[in-house]
Design a protein around this ligand. Sequence first.
Ligand code: F6R
Length: 239
Amino acid sequence: MKVQVFEDYDSESAATAAIIGAAIAVKPNSLICIASGHTPVGVFRQLVKDVKARVIDFSKCTFVSLDEWIGIDPLDSGSCLAMLKKDFFDHLALRKDQVRYFNVTAPSLDEECDKMNNLIKNHGGLDVMLVGIGTNGHIGMNEPGTSFNTYAHIGKLAEETILTGQKYFQKPTSLNDGITLGLQHFKEAKVPILMASGETKSSIIRKVIASAPTAQIPATIIHETPQALVILDKAANGI
Ligand code: F6R
């Protein structure tokens, strides 16, 4: 695991976009998992600029969204898919088959997990996986207590996630469960990137970096993932 600290959010975002760009330059048909939420917005902004400037070509890539709230209409502006569309996909001329996501309105969510697991397995794993971190150390919707060995699955959301998750919604919203790629996907990704920004993340980042790997802090999986990159701004580094 390698930690890189940048002066501010913009330089952190630009550096992360450059890492993704470099991975795609080596493998144009990359399978790329991206988190939604506030953290990766700057990366998306930079990637869109790079595509427009023809520095990056996503035409052979496939994107996989990391997770989704169960029971939330995908059209709700707080759904993970709606956020990814608004912040990223809508700015790129992608074909429909280039964007894969958990359809929480499908009759079987177990089948949605199987589909996602098979897609990733048949590709030989994720080439890039960009994730954020919750203040409780979650990655995706892998909450404290989740085994490191899981692939896509359904999980109960932690109380802290339910509370902080309200920031994505326009009105108080009942959140209970999520469907998410697993921590094993992170461990097996060729370029797993954990990104954190801002002072609100400094306390958990400190814990994650100092702690031995434990399911109680899912992000400590970085210590079992030698190829992982932890990308921070100074505020999230907190030192
Ligand atoms: C979002 C996701 C979450 C967020 C995390 C940080 O798809 O999986 O785990 O990455 O909660 O959220 P932000 O970036 O909004 O601080």
